[in-house]
Structure formats: structure tokens, C-alpha cells
Ligand binder design. Structure first.
Ligand code: SF4
Length: 173
């Protein structure tokens, strides 16, 4: 957040931020993520996180689509210490090490807000290059299952994990 910007300077500030890809109006959407620094900057990490965040940003760069999906909180941690609070993300991603390779466990249904809950593990972890496509399957399932007024979290709570599992793991095999 930038505080105390003079109104006359707002356009110039926005232009400068835009040049550095820092002016996307994605607040409270999927790509407004909370991500810990992971293996690139943390000696405790099991897996990288910043490359996964980059891949998610590249896959989901259409703001109209993000606005249609609505309020989604994605949290990612590079190890079980959970500095990214992945347990309470509507979508949580936890990096795990499997024989020296980065894999990612997905949880759904968490919330760190007043309707607090812990996310539940979707299924077996997925490889790094699969994370964006797995997220797309999860979001497609949400769009198929949601009612007009439901947020992502509401739909997960109503239908449970099964429809999401079916889509993600059927697609993976
Ligand atoms: S969750 Fe793990 S990898 Fe991420 S900052 Fe905390 S200790 Fe480091």
C-alpha cells in the first residue's frame, strides 16, 4: 500500500507502477495471493513458491475471468511451518519435498476470516508444472457447481471435496 500520495501525482504513480507490473486491479481475486518466500529465500523451505506464484499469475492473467470467479483467497507456504498460512486459504498450496523434487499439496475450504476454518487436503500432491492446470480444474468445477450468489468458499463447503477431486484426478490420469 502507498499512503499519502497527492491527488495530482496519482496518474504518474499509477503509470510508474504499471511499468513494473504492480498496478493490476486484482484485489481479493485468485492472483491476490499470500505467498511465503519459499526455497529462494528461506533455508527452512522444502520447495520453491515464487516460481509457482509466477506460473499462476501467467495462467490467470485475464481480469474479466478473475472478476467472474470473485472472492478467492489463495495462500501458499514452502514448508509445514506455514508462514503463508496455507491452512486458511480458500485454496491452500503447501510445498513438499519428494526425493529432492518440489511437489505441492492442495487444500480447499480454509478461511482466516470471521468464518474461520481449516482447509482439507484434496488428494495426493501434484508436480510443480501441474499446479496451474490443477487450479484451472478446481476453478472450472467451482463454476460448474456454484449457484448465483455463492463465493468459491461457499460452494466448496456446500458440495464438499468430491467434485473437485473427480475433476482434478480424472484429468491427471
Ligand atoms: S513457510 Fe517454511 S519456507 Fe515459507 S517462510 Fe516459513 S519457514 Fe520459510
Amino acid at each position: 500500500m502507498l499512503g499519502e500520495v497527492r491527488q495530482d501525482d496519482l496518474y504518474e504513480v499509477w503509470e510508474t507502477l504499471s511499468e513494473h507490473n504492480l498496478a493490476r486491479a486484482n484485489i481479493n481475486t485468485l492472483t491476490d495471493m499470500i505467498v511465503c518466500p519459499g526455497f529462494d529465500f528461506c533455508s527452512l523451505a522444502n520447495a520453491k513458491t515464487l516460481n509457482i506464484a509466477d506460473a499462476i499469475n501467467a495462467e490467470f492473467d485475464n481480469l474479466d475471468y478473475l472478476y467472474d470467479l470473485g472472492d478467492i483467497q489463495l495462500n501458499m507456504s514452502g514448508c509445514i511451518n506455514a508462514c503463508g498460512h496455507h491452512h486458511v486459504g480458500h485454496i491452500g498450496i503447501l510445498g513438499v519435498d519428494k526425493k529432492g523434487e518440489d511437489w505441492y499439496q492442495i487444500t480447499l475450504g480454509g478461511s482466516g476470516r470471521e468464518d474461520a476454518s481449516l482447509g482439507k487436503v484434496l488428494g495426493k500432491s501434484v508436480a510443480a508444472d501441474e499446479v496451474p492446470s490443477v487450479l484451472r480444474k478446481i476453478l472450472e468445477t467451482y463454476v460448474e457447481q456454484r449457484t448465483d450468489e455463492e463465493r468459491f468458499l461457499d460452494t466448496v463447503r456446500r458440495v464438499g471435496l468430491e467434485p473437485f477431486k473427480e475433476k482434478v484426478y480424472a484429468a491427471a490420469h
